[in-house]
Design a protein. Structure first.
Length: 171
């Protein structure tokens, strides 16, 4: 497969909080692997805001299985971030390598087909998730500086790909 196809998210959301239980159920998804830096929290600021906490609690109340899959070098901070919840964390995950994804799926006892990777980066979250056969959900980065880069490059990269995708049968 050409590289651009591996970098193509299955879905793009304007906000991570817009990924809602009814949408997940409609897509046959029971589990989410969540990136931490710039997806749930600004980079290196491992503190969930109230809106993100409410979103996580909503997903958990719908029996969705969640894991944090992060390339962060601060496993303890990542674990502390979600310490109030029954959410396994895998830091130092080395995305897009497949090993971290495999461990996360094992921890949640789910298959790739019923799982989506949610993240802000094409070359780690989306590439890795696609290689594992997961659904992939791209969201804008939390940090403003990175958001500008995303607007300039991420979206302009994706739009032609999305158009092409729509005109091609999936296969
Ligand atoms: Mg990230």
């Amino acid at each position: 497969m050409a590289l651009h196809r591996w970098l193509h998210p299955t879905h793009v959301f304007d906000r991570v909080h817009d990924v809602q239980p009814d949408w997940l159920a409609a897509h046959g998804l029971r589990a989410l692997l969540l990136d931490a830096d710039n997806t749930l929290v600004p980079r290196h600021a491992y503190h969930l805001d109230d809106e993100t906490r409410a979103w996580i609690e909503l997903l958990l109340s719908h029996q969705l299985r969640l894991a944090i899959l992060s390339n962060s070098a601060s496993p303890r901070q990542v674990a502390k971030m979600v310490a109030d919840y029954d959410i396994p964390t895998l830091a130092l995950a080395r995305k897009p390598a497949r090993s971290g994804f495999r461990r996360a799926l094992q921890r949640l006892d789910v298959t790739p087909a019923e799982t989506a990777m949610v993240g802000d980066q094409l070359f780690t979250d989306i590439l890795g998730g696609n290689r594992m056969g997961l659904r992939t959900i791209l969201v804008p980065p939390c940090s403003t500086n990175d958001f500008i880069v995303y607007r300039l490059f991420g979206r302009t990269l994706e739009r032609p790909l999305l158009r092409r995708r729509l005109s091609e049968p999936r296969g």
